[in-house]
Write a protein that binds this ligand. Structure first.
Ligand SMILES: C[S@@+](CC[C@H](N)C(=O)[O-])C[C@H]1O[C@@H](n2cnc3c(N)ncnc32)[C@H](O)[C@@H]1O
Length: 275
């Protein structure tokens, strides 16, 4: 008996099962497999928003994050090219990444898309270092296919006011009454990581993103009934946010365990709404 062949067969039958189960659901299609292969099956100019959190490249000590840097960047360039093909004209694309490799990804994005924002999500917990400052940031690159985003709801990006560089009293002393909520800028300091926030527990995926973070992007950069794609779906956070906000969703994930977590989270959400 040849175990790798067996594993492949098992995977193929899981892929087939996932396809069948999803065929019936037109608002949400979850695909098990390698996004580079599966993206080829998505028609040109059919997606309103690509929102994705790919592997970080040797940041996390997990199999799916171990790469040779150049191979990783080649792979990401192929994903970016496919994303451009399937995005509608003026559609938006958001890609998460960590410093320093996100600098290289932004250079790839510059070749194919128009730059809009480099957003920094300032997290609560930092990564430890000994001879330099620790880092508690994650980057989100926002680009568009075409000059102007087809959708951007600035008014939906309000965040609780942050008193950057001072505190509330400084504003009051200046004779101003500070507003509680302001339009978000490109530094987001109001969202806690999953596992730290008492509001959101981990589903078992090591890098699950907070729903609040993904909601902000989905509400700003898409409309009701728009089609959102996440080619590195992980535990399905983008899918949950998309469906909550009445968008349609396609998610691709290569790892069968994570795929099941995503399916479970999305089905839990659907069952709740049926009550
Ligand atoms: C950073 S995680 C995404 C986490 C996700 N945002 C969440 O909230 O759960 C990246 C995911 O990409 C998946 N992945 C890695 N290579 C892939 C590929 N070629 N095709 C599809 N998924 C892949 C990994 O298994 C992992 O779950």
């Amino acid at each position: 008996m040849n175990p790798p062949k067996n594993k492949n067969l098992q995977r193929l039958s899981l892929e087939k099962k996932a396809c069948k189960e999803n065929e019936a659901n037109e608002n949400c299609k979850l695909i098990l497999g390698d996004c580079l292969e599966k993206l080829k099956e998505i028609p040109d100019n059919s997606i309103d928003l690509v929102l994705t959190d790919p592997p970080y490249c040797n940041v996390f000590n997990v199999d799916w994050d171990r790469f040779n840097k150049n191979e990783f960047l080649d792979f990401m360039e192929k994903v970016v090219i496919e994303s451009k093909r399937i995005l509608k004209e003026n559609g938006s694309i958001y890609i998460f990444g960590m410093l320093p490799i996100v600098k290289n990804i932004s250079l790839i994005m510059d070749k194919y898309f128009i730059y809009q924002n480099w957003i920094t999500w300032a997290k609560c917990r930092g990564r430890n270092t000994t001879n330099k400052f620790g880092s508690n940031r994650e980057e989100i690159l926002f680009y568009t296919k075409g000059d102007i985003p087809r959708t951007f709801h600035r008014q939906d990006t309000t965040i609780k006011r942050q008193y950057g560089g001072g505190d509330k009293r400084d504003y009051v002393l200046k004779g101003k009454t500070p507003r509680e909520f302001v339009i978000a800028t490109d530094v987001w300091t109001d969202i806690m990581e999953v596992g730290i926030s008492p509001k959101e527990k981990s589903s078992g995926h090591p890098t699950q993103k907070p729903i609040k973070l993904i909601n902000r992007i989905v509400s700003a950069s898409s409309d009701k009934d728009n089609l959102i794609l996440d080619p590195f779906m992980g535990s399905g956070t983008t899918g949950v946010a998309a469906l909550k906000l009445q968008r349609k969703f396609i998610g691709i994930e290569i790892n069968p365990e994570y795929f099941k977590i995503a399916e479970r989270r999305i089905n839990e959400w659907k069952n709740q709404t049926r009550l």
